[in-house]
Ligand binder design. Structure first.
Ligand SMILES: [Zn+2]
Ligand SMILES: [Zn+2]
Length: 324
């Protein structure tokens, strides 16, 4: 019996805030004639990433119960096996990992699990790198380095946020970690998608050179000092209080804030306001109208070090409209 062709799987990785969701949105909204099944894993209790992904025909499977590289590999295998039962409804799979994940255990799934291996094959590990923050990240994060080391394709993103000299330093640092990956320099992850998807780029031999135990290693270390805090408010949030509060937080504690994301309901505002941040950088905009059946709940997630849930909760609540 001839072996059936396997479904190509792209693992999309990159540290918090590098631009993974931007790339994923491009993959889902561009007219390339391919259908992708998407698996998203995020760190934190509230599934905001899923909410930031454009409405698309593709189904999005969320795994919020932990880090994809440790606790949920079982979930990953189950989701892929579930997908395989619906073969024919999609052409390829994209897995977006949490920014804190080490890609090795995710990649490993496609080699060590026999059922998965028979039906899906790892096409490439694509790593999005934040040009502005990566040098700092490499100082304090083992995952950030592994994400670059394991990449088959690297998108050096946000190059508009650094000058030519800094960009050259970043390039050299990346090349010192991984000399073989295809490197694309981008703003807003703008790259021809054929440079990223279905490249057949994954090279097991190269990975075994970096990590000889790749196929047998079972546990790995994590930065336990990084935590996430999720906030929620049923009452609308007053922008005139919220914006100064957020700016104050990022000014005073920006070094510790690796990532923040929020979907906010402002009073008498038909549109959802989405805010995102990395360290001191904040970016916010109206995204789309609230749907009629959608509860107007405001939600925020902070990921970082030395986060105090009680203080953050108090600060957030103080921005909410009080019941009369
Ligand atoms: Zn993990
Ligand atoms: Zn790890």
């Amino acid at each position: 019996m001839a072996a059936e062709p396997t479904i190509p799987v792209t693992v999309l990785t990159g540290y918090l805030g590098a631009g993974k969701t931007t790339l994923l949105n491009r993959i889902l909204s561009e007219n390339h004639g391919r259908r992708y099944a998407v698996i998203v894993n995020e760190f934190g209790e509230i599934g905001i990433d899923n909410d930031l992904i454009v409405d698309a025909d593709e189904e999005v499977f969320e795994m919020n119960n932990g880090c994809i590289c440790c606790t949920v590999r079982g979930d990953l295998i189950r989701i892929i096996e579930g997908l395989m039962k619906r073969k024919g409804t999609f052409d390829a799979i994209v897995i977006e990992t949490t920014g804190l994940a080490d890609p090795a255990p995710v990649a490993q799934t496609f080699f060590v699990d026999d059922d998965v291996r028979a039906r899906a094959s790892l096409d490439a590990i694509v790593t999005v790198v934040d040009a502005r923050h990566i040098l700092q990240r490499l100082e304090d994060s083992h995952e950030a380095e592994e994400q670059i080391a394991f990449a088959d394709v690297i998108l050096l993103n946000k190059i508009d946020l650094v000058d030519a000299q800094e960009l050259e330093r970043v390039r050299q640092r990346i090349r010192a970690i991984n000399a073989q990956a295809r490197l694309h320099e981008t703003q807003n992850c703008v790259v021809p998608l054929e440079e990223v998807l279905e490249r057949g780029a994954f090279d097991l031999d190269r990975i075994l050179e970096i990590e000889p135990n790749f196929l047998s290693e079972d546990d790995h270390e994590h930065d336990d000092a990084i935590t996430s805090v999720s906030l929620r408010s049923e009452a609308a949030i007053r922008p005139e209080l919220f914006m100064p509060w957020l700016r104050m937080l990022t000014t005073n504690q920006g070094q510790d804030i690796l990532r923040l994301k929020g979907v906010l309901a402002f009073p008498d505002e038909e549109q959802r306001y989405v805010v995102q941040g990395v360290h001191m950088l904040l970016d916010g905009d109206h995204q789309r109208a609230w749907k009629p059946e959608e509860p107007r709940t405001s939600r925020m997630v902070f990921i970082g070090r030395n986060l105090d849930p009680a203080t953050l909760q108090q600060g957030f609540e103080a921005c909410a409209v009080r019941a009369a």
